[in-house]
Design a protein around this ligand. Structure first.
Ligand SMILES: [Zn+2]
Length: 464
């Protein structure tokens, strides 16, 4: 048996891991690469393996850095089944459609400029038709159910507590008389997050494939973070500024709306209008409503008492692009939450372009920003920001609140790995920057886990 890591090797995007066992090839996640434009373009157009050689896909969750290249896989000949939870199937459906739509919009803009220069227009990496074919292959499975993936390959999906529908995946694979259990964390969430159940511990593994987004960092106590956040919001509101929050439309947006709801209800932040400017967030909220089976106890009782925790009366959800444009001229103070989360595409670029030049405004970074993304440059405090090919001066205040992350921190990652009673003989650390991944690997080795590796992109690891 062999595991080959393509993408998310010493970085956090483009997760794709191929498990070869008994002549079958199973792909764990098929994420979009996000980073420098030319590199992303090249990597997302050309998958590092032949899609026709893959027999089945196991999908941990619906974030595009885990599922966003599935339509490319299907467009290039994959015809097997894609196993995931029901909530992931519904979220992947809307996220992939959005990804195709955003590509089309971006290309229309880029191609207009290319035509003016006399360059040939670019084709999208995939279209809405490719998404239709992909969605047809999604095969929903229930949490905890043992699923026959292929002859000799079974899987169990368990709560990962990261976003709605997210799962850790246990794969039991046979090759001749040898059986091995591989546990893939996907993205591991946090305990005690609102809405979702905590990650389910795993008790047995031969191989652990673990993420390491925050492999070297711990998140501060949430109450302190809420204090800091409310201070930052109060100061911006006093200046009558607008707060722009780039955010993934799914998961992070719902969490931030929830946090603002709490702070405003408790009077810690003055009541100001909140706009969720994302057609995707509206559709995502519908999926959240539909999948109550993913809620934790608190959320269930909250809903049972007649509350509508996802349709918070304070937030205005905007779908129409004209309504979105009106936000430019609207006077502050206000909060505008918009996608994409790493400022690589989507409406948030227009909000940044229109607001970062004024000192009274603010940009609030609430999620992980991959290297070479615009979000990373903003978070790093760069003052000259290029948007749609033009340089803008950053005069707005910038604050970074990594603690709202839906990712486990160092201690939670350690607890998950070290809590496996039948200890893995091999641990593969993926999905983290080099610094974070190596740091987690060292800690795991120090605490007694044997065979910990941090693979390079394209590296194959034998499973013996
Ligand atoms: Zn994720």
């Amino acid at each position: 048996m062999i595991l080959t890591v393509h993408g998310a090797a010493r970085n956090v995007t483009g997760s794709k891991h191929v498990l070869q066992a008994g002549g079958r090839r199973v792909l764990l996640d098929c994420g979009l690469f996000q980073g420098r434009r030319a590199e992303s373009e090249r990597r997302n157009r050309n998958l590092p393996f032949d899609p026709r050689s893959i027999d089945a896909v196991l999908l941990s969750h619906a974030h595009v850095d885990h599922c966003g290249s599935l339509p490319t896989l299907v467009k290039n000949g994959f015809r097997g089944r894609i196993f995931c939870t029901g909530a992931t199937a519904d979220l992947a459906d809307i996220l992939l459609r959005d990804s195709a739509y955003v590509q089309r919009q971006d290309l229309e803009y880029l191609n207009r400029r290319r035509r003016k220069r006399g360059d040939l227009p670019l084709e999208p990496v995939y279209t809405e038709d490719d998404v239709d074919s992909t969605v047809g292959l999604l095969t929903p499975v229930a949490y905890g159910e043992r699923v026959d993936v292929l002859p000799g390959v079974e899987a169990v999906f368990r709560d990962a507590g990261h976003i709605l529908g997210s799962a850790t995946i246990q794969i039991d694979a046979r090759e001749g008389s040898t059986s091995r259990t591989i546990v893939f964390t996907g993205d591991l969430g946090r305990s005690d997050m609102p809405i979702l159940r905590d990650p389910t511990p795993v008790h047995s593994a031969d191989v652990l494939v673990t993420e390491s987004t925050y492999g070297a960092r711990t998140h501060g106590p949430i109450d302190e973070i809420r204090d800091e956040l409310s201070g930052f919001l109060r100061r911006t509101i006093r200046r009558r500024g607008k707060v722009i929050i780039p955010s993934f439309a799914v998961g992070r947006t719902q969490r931030i709306v929830y946090e603002l709801h709490v702070l405003m209800s408790e009077g810690r932040v003055p009541e100001v209008p909140i706009f969720v400017d994302s057609p995707l967030a509206v559709r995502a909220t519908e999926v959240f409503r539909k999948h109550a089976e993913c809620y934790d106890e608190d959320m269930r009782s909250f809903v049972a008492e007649g509350n509508d925790p996802l349709g918070f009366s304070r937030a205005t959800y905007i779908e129409d692009v004209r309504e979105s444009k009106k936000l430019n001229d609207m006077p502050g103070p206000a909060v505008i939450i918009s996608a994409s989360g790493m400022c690589e595409a989507g409406r948030v670029l227009h909000h940044l372009k229109n607001h970062i030049g004024k000192r009274r405004n603010a940009v609030l970074i609430v999620g992980y920003q991959a290297e070479h993304t615009l979000g990373r440059r903003i978070a790093a405090g760069e003052k000259r920001i290029k948007i749609f090919g033009k340089v803008h001066s950053m005069r707005a205040r910038v604050a970074v609140f990594g603690e709202f992350s839906a990712h486990a921190d160092r201690d939670e990652l350690l607890a998950f790995a070290l809590g496996i009673k039948r200890q893995p003989r091999r641990t593969v650390v993926v999905h983290g920057s080099e610094e974070q991944a190596l740091s987690l690997a060292n800690l795991l080795t120090e605490r007694g886990l044997p065979g910990v590796v941090v693979p390079l992109d394209g590296e194959s690891i034998p499973i013996d």
